[in-house]
Design a protein around this ligand. Structure first.
Ligand code: HEC
Length: 438
């Protein structure tokens, strides 16, 4: 009891602290008189943190917009926010923080809790805020320069089986460009589960269009090295990647984009025509955004084989960096046997720079983690990563029952171990091009 009171006091002071500018006294009064209401307080948290996925046509299983939507699930919402199951965010915030993180603040979790415990009152009916709208382009206030939809709609089958497809989308770019931002817009928010965009400059992979990952011909296409194996990765809730001012990601003329799209099982026929939107740089580019990928070849304890009924840890290690770099983001990648992942850099002085830690890996919630500010990694530092894989029947995500020995491959039933990083070479090298649209 005393403990509860203490907790409430702590919660109050948190809210005071955060809402100082809004009026601390008011907030205290609200608590004292049990006046935490939906219309005054809770709605803002829900609209900002939940509605982007939980709306009609969004990927959340139900809408969280109106008082009725939220109040009828009040206990459930208290539980999923209290355990941080929602909003989904996998990177451990005690290890590193990010610009794009989706985390409720402790006072917001508490506010929902107190509201639910007080019977989830609606509050002043005059104050019903208007529901947020989901414009085509809610995150960028610039217009795309190149809109690249899949060449034709893809018919999602009604077999109730997960489907992994490749699509080839020619850019027909007449000149090399620098990208300021990359956005993926799923054509079917219900069934497009995640997507990865690759770049081919040889035009030799066009035959992959609409092929299933399980098609044996895929192995032939995999022999052609890609110019960029990971231009962009989209998962539900992921925002477009926007590169820092003065930087841009180069894309060669006449490149083809290869979409690798994962469709969730559907019991009814449906269609998808997803789109990539490319935003060219308008300001002078003085530094190129590069992709640095640690991959299976960089594993130090080869071979990359996860025997059936084993839990195994693999270690990635980069060569010492030949110059100082600035890391913009990291994206760890494993498949369904993955259990945990950690990446960090160690400087020549012995200092550890945390990059990302995921304590409970979830194949369905992968993300590009964008650092709040680009992270300087000194010359001769080494980047390390460790991934733990559980290939036993204790792993409910294990695609093989009983477990089978698993090795490298693109299919979800194979495994991968990547750490994909967007970075800049430091120091700046001066304008390399005034305007990529010239
Ligand atoms: C990035 C998209 C996204 C965001 C943001 C998000 N959700 Fe969800 N939510 C989902 C998806 C997808 C599911 C269904 C799959 C699952 O349960 O993991 C889900 C499931 C749920 C469930 C049902 C859980 C269950 O066990 O069945 C609740 C309750 C929920 N969300 C509440 C919330 C609340 C409250 C917020 C905001 C604080 C929120 N969600 C933010 C995508 C999201």
């Amino acid at each position: 009891m005393v403990f509860d009171e203490l907790r409430q006091k702590i919660a109050k002071s948190w809210i005071c602290f955060i809402l100082l500018g809004v009026g601390c006294g008011l907030m205290n009064d609200a608590y004292a008189q049990n006046q935490i209401t939906f219309n005054d307080h809770v709605v803002h948290i829900i609209h900002r943190n939940c509605t982007p996925c939980h709306h009609k046509g969004g990927i959340g299983p139900f809408s969280l917009i109106t008082y009725q939507d939220v109040a009828k699930r009040a206990d459930f919402i208290q539980r999923v926010t209290g355990t941080r199951y929602m909003p989904p965010w996998k990177a451990d915030p005690t290890f590193q923080r990010y610009k794009n993180e989706r985390l409720l603040k402790p006072h917001e979790i508490n506010l929902i809790k107190v509201w639910v415990e007080n019977g989830a009152p609606q509050g002043d009916l005059q104050k019903v805020p208007s529901p947020p709208t989901f414009a085509n382009n809610p995150h960028l206030d610039i217009e795309p320069d190149l809109i690249l939809p899949m060449t034709q709609p893809y018919e999602i089958s009604d077999t109730g089986i997960e489907d992994f497809r490749f699509f080839s989308v020619p850019t027909n770019l007449e000149k090399d460009v620098y990208l300021k931002a990359i956005e993926f817009e799923p054509g079917n928010r219900r069934y497009v589960h995640h997507s990865r965009i690759m770049v081919d400059t040889t035009n030799q992979i066009r035959g992959i269009d609409r092929m299933s990952e399980y098609d044996p011909r895929i192995k032939e296409f995999q022999k052609t090295p890609l110019a960029d194996e990971f231009m962009y990765g989209w998962v539900p809730g992921n925002l477009p990647i926007v590169f820092p001012d003065g930087t841009g990601k180069p894309l060669k003329k006449n490149s083809d984009l290869i979409f690798n799209v994962h469709y969730a099982p559907s019991g009814v026929p449906d269609t998808d025509q997803s789109t990539v939107k490319l935003y060219f740089t308008k300001k002078p580019v003085s530094r190129e955004v590069k992709t640095f990928a640690l991959r299976e070849n960089d594993i130090v304890n080869q071979p990359f084989v996860i025997p059936a009924n084993n839990v195994k840890t693999f270690y990635l290690r980069s060569a010492p960096l030949s110059n100082e770099i600035q890391l913009i983001s990291v994206l760890p990648h494993m498949h369904t046997l993955g259990q945990s992942f950690i990446a960090y850099a160690i400087t020549p002085a012995g200092e550890t720079i945390p990059l990302v830690r995921i304590n409970d890996w979830d194949f369905n919630w992968q993300s590009t983690y964008v650092f709040r500010e680009p992270l300087t990694i000194p010359e001769r530092s080494i980047i390390y990563a460790e991934g733990v894989y559980d290939n036993t029947s204790n792993n409910p995500e294990n695609p093989n029952v009983p477990p089978k020995t698993v090795t490298y491959g693109w299919n979800t039933t194979d495994e991968m171990m990547n750490l994909i990083m967007y970075y800049l070479d430091a120091p700046p090298i001066g304008p390399i091009r005034r305007d990529s649209q010239d």
